[in-house]
Design a protein around this ligand. Structure first.
Ligand SMILES: [Zn+2]
Length: 125
């Protein structure tokens, strides 16, 4: 059993658990006023939205569907992960999305709170 499946990254765990920097979760724990996605116009940001639908992560998603196919629902993904190392690696690399969402979240916290309109535009400056 040398396969790296036991070493599940923290961020991947968050993706699969639906926790982490998803609007719906942040809203539930009181960190955000709404469950809205900050990366597109969707009114509810969930793990599923991020993984399957959010246009902000199209590039990462393409890399993932290349490896695991077009069905990115969580049960399917988990199955693929234990079936194939290729799929496992592709999914782990999606942990990067979480890092970027976290960075965006921190950025919003830093300056957002008092500005009150959260323009999702970190490149501007
Ligand atoms: Zn979105």
């Amino acid at each position: 059993m040398d396969r790296p499946h036991g070493r599940m990254s923290f961020h991947l765990t968050q993706v699969l658990a639906g926790h982490g920097c998803f609007g719906e979760y942040l809203h539930k724990i009181g960190k955000e006023l709404t469950a809205q996605c900050h990366h597109c116009d969707k009114e509810r940001d969930t793990a599923q939205h991020t993984l399957e639908f959010c246009p902000a992560w199209a590039e990462e998603r393409r890399a993932l569907t290349d490896k695991v196919g077009n069905d990115l629902s969580l049960p399917i993904i988990v199955n693929r992960m234990v079936e194939s190392d290729e799929a496992w690696k592709a999914i782990v690399s999606c942990g990067r999305i979480m890092l970027r969402k976290e960075m965006a979240e921190r950025e919003r916290e830093r300056r957002g709170r008092r500005e009150r309109h959260a323009a999702p535009n970190p490149e501007r400056r």
